[in-house]
Design a binder for this molecule. Sequence first.
Ligand SMILES: [Zn+2]
Ligand SMILES: [Zn+2]
Length: 286
Amino acid sequence: MHGGHSGEFCEHATGTLREILDAAAEAGFHAFGVSEHAPRPEPRFLYESERAKGYSVERLEREFEAYAEASEKLQEEFRGRLTILRGFEAEVVPSSNYSRTMRTIRRRHRFDYTVGSVHHVAEISIDESPELYRRAVDTCGGLQPFMERYYRLVSDMIEALCPEIVGHLDLPKLHAPAGAELATPRIRRAAEEAVEAARNRNCILDLNTAAWRKGLPEPYPAPWLVRLASEAGVPFCFGDDSHCAEQVGFGIERARRYLLANGVKSVTCLEKHGRALARREIPLAP
Ligand SMILES: [Zn+2]
Ligand SMILES: [Zn+2]
C-alpha cells in the first residue's frame, strides 16, 4: 500500500510509473497501491538534490498534478490485470497549515487513500541526510526530546489527516547514531500515544521494507512497536516504498515471516468496491 514512487513524478526515484505497475503485475500482485509524495509547498522544504537540479515548488506541484492524472489513466488501463489504488504520501510541513493542504489534495484528485508520514521534525527533514538529521536532533535539545517530538507529530498528523495508512512508524532510526537508545520509557510513552491515535482513527500501519534495502537490520517498525500495535489491535499492511521497478515487492516474504514472528497473524489490505473503499483481512500463512 506504500510505494510506486517513480522517476516521472519524483526527483529521487527512477523509471516510469507504468514500469512499476508492470513489475507489480508480473510479480503476481492482484492489487497495488501507489502513493507518490505530496508536493512540499515552500522552497525551504526542497531537498538538496532537488535544489541541485533547479527544482522549484511549481515544478513539484506540476509533477504531482501529472501523477494524479497518469495514475487515473493507468488505473483504467490496468483494469482486469492489476487493481491499482491511487494514493499519495502526505507531509506535515509547514506545521501551521499542512492539514488543510493535504486534505485539499486528497479531495481535489479523488485519491483512494492517504499514507500519513512524518518526514520532518521541527520542520527539518529527518530522512534526507545525516547532517539534517543531526540538526533536527540538536534543535529539539537531544535525541530523547527529538524522538518524543517525532511521535507527537505522528499523533497530531493522525488526528489531523485520519490517513488510512501510517507510513514507516519509526523512520527516525534510519539516521540514528549506532547504539542509540530509541525506546526509553519517555519515548515509549510517546510512541504508545501514536499507536493509540492510530487505533482510534482506524489506521493501518505500514510494514515498510525500505529499511532493509537501506541497510538496517529490521524493517519499519521495530519488533517492540509491532507487538505494541498488534496487542492494541492496530492492523498492518505491506509497503515496499518502491522508488523504481526493481524495488517492487522487495522483502515482502521476509516481512511476512517478521510479522508472524512478532505476533501478527494477518495483514489488512484496502480494496475498492465501486467507488467505496473497503478493507480485507488476509491471514498470513505460517
Ligand atoms: Zn521518496
Ligand atoms: Zn516516506
